[in-house]
Design a protein around this ligand. Sequence first.
Ligand code: FES
Length: 156
Amino acid sequence: MIKSTADIFSDFKGTEDDLIPVLQKVQENFGYLSQKSMMDVGRFLRIPTSKVWATATFYTQFRLKPIGEKHIMLCRGTACHVKGAPRILDEIELKLGITEGETSSDGKYSLESVACIGACGLAPCILINEDVKGRLTPKLVNKLFEDKERRDQDVE
Ligand code: FES
């Protein structure tokens, strides 16, 4: 259940030291850090919004854009890289029409790459929301995202 920022803030003392944990909680709750939520955080911690913004843009863990209904995290760890992660990334980008860091215009998919997701035995792999898909090949990627093609055809 999505909480309000006031509910999130009630778990914190409201000191500047809370900045990163508060941002993490806000992102966990809303999926990303909107401009409004960063302003709310600044007001709550009594620090300028510019400082909140600088922190949010410095750390790669923070997202400033909404993620898709299906958030794809492609593993770029060593095992996955060696087993073909760059080809998998190319195929996903081609199939979904988005590049790394983007969300599709219909809000259905978003794509980012991350370090090892802890499933090296299944390399190369991706996470779709919480679901690990491993031992991927370009052919399997095509199969995974078949519904995307069907939806596009319905629109035409
Ligand atoms: S390197 Fe990809 S899961 Fe570990």
